[in-house]
Design a protein around this ligand. Structure first.
Ligand code: GRF
Length: 217
């Protein structure tokens, strides 16, 4: 059984609700993964407690202890690699990554971003969607490349923006979708069905559209 499970390291910075969705899927036997470690760049966050509660090694590598981005990323890569993961999952990991780091994990690192990429890369996506008067919004799982929030999309979930929505209500509905699509993307990867190629993402050997596999809530 364990030989067919891939090893995953999850990086977090905060509440870890996406981490929890992965833990739940793993514990229910729906995800053929073993979460080998959870690493946070911030001490004492809820996500670390979620990991400990599930019996997963929970580590802190505080970026404030490092002089620069390069030295932090180097140490982080060393720590990750000591767990020999098949996949690295960024789950609310609020750090800009160096090119060397992203290249090292090319094709084996996923991120989730709360917008319909390529729209709204960066922060405050929900408010920016409202300010622009968009009628739809959503979330994207993508492979990580050196371009911030720019790697090829694996899966997107769309939601409608309702007249009374504010940033908090949008965030809530987007997060519900996150907890569905992130485990699904990880499952595909774990089953060997997902692969990043120079021209995009292959699911079951078929090239996905640039916005990835689409789910409408
Ligand atoms: C999510 O909204 C994710 O899209 C963004 O950061 C948030 C992380 O939430 N990248 P959580 O820590 O998984 O609860």
């Amino acid at each position: 059984m364990s030989s067919s499970r891939i090893r995953v390291v999850v990086l977090i910075s905060g509440s870890g609700s996406n981490l929890q969705a992965l833990i739940d899927g793993m514990q229910r036997g729906e995800l053929p993964i073993e979460i080998a470690a959870v690493i946070s760049n911030r001490p004492a966050v809820l996500g670390l407690m979620r990991a400990e509660h599930a019996g997963i090694p929970a580590l802190v590598l505080d970026h404030k202890q490092f002089d620069d981005r390069e030295s932090f990323d180097q140490k982080l890569a060393q720590l990750i690699d000591s767990y020999q993961p098949d996949l690295v999952v960024l789950a609310g990991f609020m750090r800009i990554l160096t090119t060397a780091f992203t290249r090292h994990y090319l094709g084996r690192m996923l991120n989730i971003h709360p917008s319909l990429l390529p729209k709204y890369q960066g922060l405050n996506t929900h408010q920016r969607v409202l300010d622009a008067g968009d009628i739809e919004h959503g979330v994207t799982v993508h492979f990580v490349t050196e371009e911030l929030d720019g790697g090829p999309a694996v899966i997107q979930a769309k939601i409608s923006v309702a007249p009374g929505d504010d940033a908090a209500s949008l965030a809530k509905r987007v997060q519900q979708q996150e907890h569905i699509i992130y485990p699904l993307a990880v499952k595909w990867f774990a089953e060997g069905r997902l692969r990043m190629r120079h021209d995009g993402v292959l699911l079951d050997n078929e090239l996905l559209s640039p916005s990835g596999y689409l789910i409408s809530a």
